[in-house]
Design a protein around this ligand. Structure first.
Ligand code: ADP
Ligand code: MG
Ligand code: MG
Length: 909
């Protein structure tokens, strides 16, 4: 059976449908769906992603593809009554990229294909507008030159500027030197036919000079080379970067849509625009968007002219679509609501009005801020559109951290210098940079920067990624900057009209209401932007925690119904534990006791303990530490009450506690009443070539059992005290870095002895757990032996990753990124669990552990405990809990619920 290469849509039906995004790309699948729904869509056809994948593999288009294209073109001609390349009624088409998952603006599109010196005249005759025909032609030349022949798009600015200047002169207007000011004075829509003809001639010359080729007259040649160019655009640098950032597989390729043109630039009854069914920044349920009369394609998003609002508002002053074209607006409003109901998600639409007739050109699930994602999901449950389980699956847990972006302190005395459009929430401060590459350089040097641009374009993606926030002078809530910033979770203020960005002079001017300059900000100076309000401040403004918000709390409550994995926190102090509880932690999965030894009074006793000559001296020093530890654990238990608290015994090598600088060494010698040489000798004794694999973890307790005994005593002492206060505490004592049953046996003996003594002294018992971290391959492989002593395993996946891959995390920077880029490893294994390797060891450990102890408790406490992909794996492994940093708890709660839903429900994948 031959594969179908091309799928048609339009005239009220389609061969494809929304579910076929893999084959037709998101754009193509939804154009088909809209056609099937009876929504007015210009007819066309989609060349499948399979064709593009083949093309990318072979570097050539398969035989049969262009025949299929010509066949479908003939179908399109019949349906529209126009002819491609025809001299009576010429058919023009667009060639549009469209991958499986939307990559806004990252790949290429060419409009108005089919025009040449002859057809442009026919188009002028038919439309009775020479100006329109040549406007379409110059747009084609520019896009074709750029996309197909690789001519730098900026070169096409000069002829247009010349035309503007001449037009200004004709009208007796003073022509400003600044091209932006000129474009505002003489917008595209004002240029006459004669000027546009000259622009067209100039564009042809530019194409010839730059590419060494003539713009092809033959419409079929135009079409075929545009199709190939769109396939190729899959591999342009910004598309690659976008895929990397959004985890989109390299192998997908893009579909290509060939679609009959409709014209929004046919005069004042024509228009083009974009719309969102809900506010993509806040999630509020309100239809809104932007449009421009007499415009085409990306004019609205490109920010060249200031777009108008769709819905009537207090200050729309008759410019809204609702006021200018009420019938079209009503039709559009009905369609948006139908689309949202149909797709059961917020939609991002493109539309064009050709001489009063409305067409939809695209619909997709709109990109949104994390806050909007949560609000929309929760609201849609309330509206009966979604089940709570679906709502949970609608949010990207990784992005929930954005909910914790700070807000401007309401107490602040700072006043904003300007206000733009609140395009993507969050308040951030940073130094001003004016180019994407400056942003990247500064960020690489560890600086927080705000990227300030007149407007952004897809070329700025890398800089937007590097920056903490984005500020633009032009473009609205649907501008490139706004859409991309929301998509990647960068706070953004867009279209701040009071700004004049002089990127060449590395300076930013802020105009006041009276037109005077109220502030001048040079590159490198700090500013603060608030993407939630649109306010811009000079300098650094104080911020506060924003909190998760009530919608998120609701969503988190829903997760409890489906989540199986418990979520604990890695918390070392009562304050961290408190924070973790406020985010919903159900226990502590890892309390690292070493952090308790670093404060001033304690480090002295710790050092004394390390420098002790014999056991007696060491025990004396330890007895000074004991009260501190008891106090720490008491506080921790009081905060956590009946929830489990897993405490790990001392783990790092002792040299970490000793001073480095001569002054501190001398001071230590003085306090300890030993010689400087003695201290230095001890430090050099403790020196290790490879501390990660050195004298640390349980090895410390084997050599210095009195340290372990002190810690265990402190834990159980504190537990007894808090139990007496009426809380049924649940301490767990965790042994780090064990690889043998013998080590655990020795520790168990200490624990049992100390427990007997402590309980006897208090006259009560506390039930506690004893277990080990699994951080070494040997521990995983001999898990059945370890489980004879250990009542629980906690996978210490940070060290387990280091020891399994033989990669030191601190030294991996020079090669690991390349491993990920070359796909030798699918992800950074320190961020997302290496399922193939480390995961296999975990599986073995669990299987063997359960042989020796059927009810062994299992958890994970590495960095991976807060990583959604790793959490999904932990769910599949059947672990009991994950433990992560307090701030990742909401992420883990949602990720764990999603993992459970994916495992148990068949309707998700
Ligand atoms: P992107 O994926 O970058 O949004 P699109 O393929 O959607 O690119 O097209 C770019 C612009 O051109 C959009 O504004 C779209 O609405 C417009 N456009 C595409 N095809 C047509 C067409 N056949 N008629 C009119 N406008 C079109
Ligand atoms: Mg585009
Ligand atoms: Mg589009």
């Amino acid at each position: 059976m031959t594969r179908k290469l091309v799928y048609r849509f339009g005239f009220g039906s389609a061969e494809g449908r929304a579910q076929w995004k893999e084959l037709l790309g998101g754009k193509g699948a939804n154009l088909a769906e809209m056609s099937n729904m009876g929504i007015p869509v210009p007819p066309g056809f989609t060349i499948t992603t399979e064709v593009s994948v083949d093309y990318l593999a072979q570097g050539a288009v398969n035989s049969g593809v262009f025949e299929a294209v010509r066949d479908s073109l003939r179908w399109l001609e019949r349906g529209t009554g126009k002819t491609f390349g025809g001299l009576d009624s010429p058919l023009l088409v667009s060639v549009r990229s469209g991958a499986r998952s939307s990559m806004p603006g990252m790949m290429d599109t060419v409009l108005n294909l089919g025009l040449n010196d002859s057809t442009v005249l026919a188009l002028a005759r038919r439309s009775k507008s020479e100006r329109f025909a040549f406007d379409a032609y110059r747009r084609l030349l520019c896009m074709f030159g750029d996309v197909v022949y690789g001519v730098d798009r900026r070169l096409f600015d000069a002829p247009l500027d010349d035309a503007r200047r001449r037009t200004a002169a004709e009208r007796g207007l003073p022509a400003p030197a600044d091209p932006e000011a000129l474009a505002r004075l003489v917008p595209d829509s004002v240029l006459g036919a004669g000027e546009l003809r000259r622009v067209v001639e100039a564009y042809k010359r530019i194409i010839r000079a730059e590419s060494g080729r003539d713009f092809p007259d033959d419409p079929f040649e135009q079409l075929e080379s545009a199709i190939v160019a769109v396939f190729e655009s899959w591999n342009n640098p910004r598309a690659r970067l976008y895929r990397q950032m959004h985890d989109i597989p390299e192998g997908w390729g893009t579909a290509v849509n060939v679609q009959a043109m409709v014209f929004g630039n046919l005069g004042e009854t024509s228009a083009t625009g974009v719309a969102f069914t809900r506010d993509p920044s806040t999630g509020e349920r309100r239809f809104f968007g932007e449009w421009l009369p007499n415009a085409q394609g990306e004019d609205v998003v490109a920010g060249i002219r200031t777009p108008r609002v769709l819905a009537r508002s207090a200050d729309s002053k008759g410019t809204s679509l609702e006021e200018s074209q009420p019938e079209t607006y009503a039709e559009l409003f009905a369609i948006q609501s139908k689309l949202e109901q149909h797709f059961r998600d917020m939609q991002d639409l493109e539309f064009t009005v050709e001489d009063g007739t409305l067409y939809l050109l695209q619909t997709r699930n709109g990109k949104r801020s994390a806050r909007a994602a949560v609000r929309i999901a929760v609201d849609m449950v309330g509206e009966g559109l979604l089940h709570p389980d679906e709502a949970i699956l609608r949010v990207d847990p990784e992005r929930l951290q954005e909910l914790l972006f700070p807000a401007i302190d309401p107490q602040t005395t700072a006043t904003p210098v300007a206000k733009g459009i609140a395009a993507s929430p969050g308040a951030v401060s940073g130094r001003v940079v004016f180019s994407a590459s400056d942003a990247e350089v500064a960020a690489a040097a560890g600086q927080a920067v705000i990227l300030v641009r007149t407007e952004t374009s897809p070329e700025d993606l890398h800089g937007m990624k590097a920056a903490k926030g984005i500020l633009t002078a032009r473009g609205g809530a649907t501008s490139h900057a706004a859409v991309v910033a929301r998509g990647m979770g960068r706070p953004c203020v867009a279209g701040c009209a009071a700004l004049h960005v002089d990127a060449a002079a590395l300076c930013l001017q802020v105009y006041g209401a009276d037109g005077s300059v109220v502030a001048r900000i040079a590159a490198g100076e700090p500013i603060t932007i608030d993407g939630g309000s649109g306010n811009v401040y000079t300098g650094v403004v104080e911020t506060i925690d924003a909190g998760l918000g009530s919608e998120m709390e609701t969503l988190l409550e829903w997760t409890a119904r489906v989540r199986r994995l418990r979520v604990r926190a890695n918390a070392d102090t009562p304050a961290q534990a408190q924070k973790a509880l406020s985010f919903g932690a159900e226990g502590i999965g890892l309390c690292r006791t070493e952090h308790m030894f670093f404060s001033d009074e304690r480090i002295a006793a710790m050092r004394e303990m390390i420098l002790a000559r014999d056991v007696a001296a060491r025990e004396r020093a330890l007895s000074k530490l004991l009260p501190f530890q008891v106090e720490d654990f008491t506080e921790l238990f009081r905060v956590m009450r009946e929830r489990p608290v897993n405490i790990r015994l001392l783990d790092p090598p002792l040299h970490e506690f000793l001073p480095q600088e001569p002054g501190a060494i001398a001071e230590l010698a003085r306090v300890m009443e030993v010689s400087v040489a003695d201290v230095e000798r001890k430090i050099s004794d403790l020196h290790e070539f490879n501390p990660m694999l050195g004298h640390r973890g349980v090895r410390l307790s084997i050599t210095y059992p009195e340290i372990a005994a002190m810690q265990v005593r402190a834990i159980l002492e504190a537990a007894c005290r808090v139990k007496k206060e009426g809380h049924d505490v649940h301490p767990e004592i965790m042994i780090p870095l064990a690889f043998s049953a013998a080590e655990l046996g020795a520790m168990r003996a200490i624990v049992d002895r100390v427990a007997r003594e402590t309980f006897a002294r208090h006259g009560l018992e506390v039930s506690f757990g004893f277990g080990t971290m699994i951080e070494l391959p040997r521990a995983a492989l001999l898990a059945d032996q370890l489980a004879k002593h250990a009542e629980f395993f906690s996978f210490g996946t940070n060290d387990l990753t280091q020891t399994t891959l033989g990669v030191s995390r601190d030294d991996a920077g020079s090669f690991l990124p390349l491993y990920v880029e070359r796909q030798i490893l699918p992800h950074d294994p320190f961020v997302s669990l290496d399922i193939d390797g480390v995961g296999e060891l975990m599986r073995i450990a669990i299987e063997k552990g359960r042989v020796a102890r059927a009810d062994i408790a299992l958890g994970v406490c590495g960095e991976h405990g807060g990583d959604p992909r790793s959490i999904d794996f932990c769910e599949r492994l059947g672990l009991g809990y994950v433990s992560c940093s307090p701030f990742r708890i909401p992420i883990a709660r949602v990720a764990a619920a999603q993992a459970a839903l994916r495992r148990t429900k068949k309707y998700w994948h």
